[in-house]
Structures are given as C-alpha cells and as structure tokens.
Design a protein around this ligand. Structure first.
Ligand code: 13P
Length: 255
C-alpha cells in the first residue's frame, strides 16, 4: 500500500527562547515553510509565548503547546487548561514527553486522560513513548513501549486515534547526541504500528503518523525519514535555529 501519510516535523523548544528570540525565529521561517500538504510543520513553545506566536504564524506553520492539564478548569495552580489552549489558537499539544514523565510524575494514566482531553478540545495530540537505556539493554523495548501505547489509547475510538500522532523518543537518545540507528528506530516504530493495528485494525494503523525523536539533526534526518514507517521527527535542540529547522522540514518533503 502506498504511503500516503503526510510527514510531520515538530520542533519542541522545551524551556528555551524568550519572546524576541521566538518572534525572530517565526519571522525568518514563515515564508520558507512548505505547503502543509507536503509536510506538517509545527513549533511547540512555552505557554507564555503561544498567543504571540499564533498571531504571527504564517499560513503553513502551526503552533503547539508542550503540555496540557486533563481537567478543563479548577484549582490546579500553575497548570494550563485545554480550554485556554484552544482559545489561544494552538492546534497541537505534546503529551507524555519523557521529561514530564521523569521529572513531573506523569504516568500512563495521566497521559491517557490528557489524550482524551486534547481530543475533546480539538488539539492534535503528539503522544510520546520511549524506553530508558536499561530497558533497551535488557532487550524489552518493544514490550515496554507496547504497554505505554495500549495504556495511552485506552477508551480512544478508532476515529479519534486517526487524529493523533505518536512520537517514539528513546530516553537515552534525547539531548545526548546519541541517535537511535535508523534500524532501531524503524524496528520500534513498526512495533508501535503493529500495536495500533491490534487496537484499531490495519487501515487505521497505516494512517497514523509515527515520528522519531532523539538527537535528530540535519545530518541524520535523511536516513531516518527514508525508513518506511518513520513519518517525521519531534526535534529538540536542532529546532532552535531557523536554518537547521527549515533543513529538517525540507528533508521531510522529499519523503
Ligand atoms: P533533542 O532533539 O534535543 O534530542 O530532543 C528530543 C526531544 O526531546 C524532542 O521532544
């Protein structure tokens, strides 16, 4: 079956860039971003920057948040409601990033709740999964990631699953300069697609975009994206510089 999945390049700026730097970035990439029919291009920034980025985003660029609370409102000091994100105009949200799982006690259960909330508020969820180095070395990566996927998608219908994006980010590859080999990334991403096929059938699983993340840069994007099941990348460090980010987006167009 021909691969009809539109690739996605999503920059995760994490806790970087102040307003002026963020705007400078947006102004320098806006005109260069290819059509969203060729590649979906997303920048996920700190909450405080979202509104000003949405107001200035070019036609082909999309803005996303890096987290959302699963409740709609209430006494959750310091958290951001999905209603606020929706009215801010962002259209994507990262859910369950390993930094949030490791440092802010997010669990498979909260990831599942956040996935339901994001869908309800028309935010495209980028659901992150990925193993630690010890799990990789123990040879149990596919089982571990499988359980993260099954738990994240509990109660999510096939129709809604189609609206989601998965990002496979091995923890040992994040910010370390140590990328998974294209074969390792493809193997685990294929295993994720197989889990989605068990949950939703082949037709649905073949249409869900699955990204790789972890030390993606302009030197390794081509070999990663060349793999049949890798539909793009979730990028930290290499998304901070406009030229580097645009080079990643351009590489994805050639997929
Ligand atoms: P790096 O690309 O900096 O390794 O970060 C990956 C990541 O965590 C994206 O969400």
């Amino acid at each position: 079956m021909a691969n009809k999945r539109i690739p996605v390049i999503a920059g995760n700026w994490k806790m970087n860039k102040v307003r002026d730097e963020a705007l400078q970035f947006i102004y320098s990439v806006n005109q260069e971003v290819p059509s969203k029919e060729l590649v979906e291009t997303v920048i996920c920034a700190s909450d405080v920057l979202l509104r000003c980025l949405v107001k200035r985003q070019g036609d082909e660029l999309r803005i996303g948040a890096q987290n959302v609370h699963y409740e709609e409102f209430g006494a959750f000091t310091g958290e951001t409601s999905p209603r606020v994100l929706e009215t801010t105009g962002v259209t994507y949200v990262i859910i369950g990033h390993s930094e949030r799982r490791e440092m802010f006690n997010e669990t498979d259960e909260t990831v599942n709740k956040k996935l339901h909330t994001a869908l309800k508020y028309h935010l495209t969820p980028i659901v992150c999964v990925g193993e630690s180095l010890s799990i990789r070395e123990a040879g149990t990566t596919n089982d571990y990631v499988r359980s993260q996927v099954v738990n994240a998608y509990k109660g999510v219908s096939a129709k809604n699953a189609l609206l989601t994006i998965v990002a496979y980010e091995p923890i040992w590859a994040i910010g370390t300069g140590k990328t998974a080999t294209p074969e390792q990334a493809e193997d685990t991403i294929l295993s994720i697609r197989n889990v989605l096929a068990e949950l939703y059938g082949n037709d649905v699983s073949e249409r869900i975009r699955i990204l790789y993340g972890g030390s993606v840069n302009t030197s390794n994007i081509e070999v990663l994206i060349a793999k049949p099941n890798i539909d793009g990348a979730l990028v930290g460090g290499a998304s901070l510089d406009p030229a580097s980010f645009l080079a990643l987006v351009t590489a994805a167009v050639r997929k």
